[in-house]
Design a protein around this ligand. Structure first.
Ligand SMILES: Cc1cc2nc3c(=O)[nH]c(=O)nc-3n(C[C@H](O)[C@H](O)[C@H](O)COP(=O)(O)OP(=O)(O)OC[C@H]3O[C@@H](n4cnc5c(N)ncnc54)[C@H](O)[C@@H]3O)c2cc1C
Length: 189
């Protein structure tokens, strides 16, 4: 999907996945290879449950029902892919997933650091470890990577908050090679 210019994404589209290509082989043989499946994801910070920002000064109201998503999704697809203008979908399956993918707001790193310290220094120390898309990356890979680190720490008998990489770096812990670029705290500042 082309990166939208200001005002150029009236349908509030986040992205489009070509499921037939990305995940082939999931359909029954009667339709496999004969239909094209697309997923249009919309909303998130484009909706007014998030504060306005310089890049999105006028967030749109969130639709009241999933069915309201179909028409703008088709409109978007037909604008980006004019070849679809005369094509009607065989099946549409709208879903309204509320609060499903977190959008990290300014101050996220500071909040994670404070949360790490509160767990580490409080009564939850050694009893609570946090992983998931609310913390250090929303991708499945990020979530699995976080859990992997937590489990390894627990197996070694360490108290793990799961938020160690957000702790204020010590003098001995500033080597860039110890932090993966895509996961560095700066990525979320
Ligand atoms: C439409 C969509 C498409 C996506 N596409 C991709 C993609 O292509 N690639 C990618 O990497 N990521 C993708 N993501 C993001 C990724 O799937 C999620 O960020 C990730 O799966 C979140 O993992 P999680 O373990 O934090 O939470 P979840 O997978 O949401 O797991 C949380 C679990 O906790 C359970 N739960 C909730 N409350 C309670 C409770 N009170 N008691 C007990 N259980 C509870 C829930 O039922 C759920 O099973 C997509 C997300 C969405 C919504």
């Amino acid at each position: 999907m082309p990166r939208p210019q200001p005002g150029g994404n009236p349908e509030n589209v986040l992205g489009v996945v070509f499921d037939s290509t990305a995940l082939p082989g999931l359909d029954s043989s009667s339709v496999e290879g004969k239909v094209t499946k697309l997923t249009v994801m919309m909303g998130g910070p484009y909706w007014s449950i998030y504060p306005s920002s310089p890049t999105n000064p006028d967030p749109a109201p969130r639709p009241g029902s999933a069915e309201q998503l179909v028409e703008p999704a088709l409109k978007h697809l037909r604008r980006v892919f004019p070849v679809l203008e005369s094509v009607e979908p065989i099946v549409t399956a709208p879903h309204l997933h509320l609060d499903c993918i977190p959008t990290y707001l300014p101050g996220h790193v500071t909040r994670l650091r404070e949360l790490h310290e509160a767990i580490r220094d409080g009564p939850w120390a050694g009893k609570l470890s946090l992983a998931g898309n609310g913390y250090g990356g929303v991708g499945v890979n990020d979530c699995v990577w976080s859990v992997d680190g937590i489990v390894k720490g627990l197996v070694e008998g360490r108290a793990v908050t799961g938020l160690e990489r957000w702790a204020a770096p010590s003098i001995d812990d500033t080597s860039a090679s110890t932090i993966l670029p895509a996961l560095s705290p700066q990525a979320y500042e």
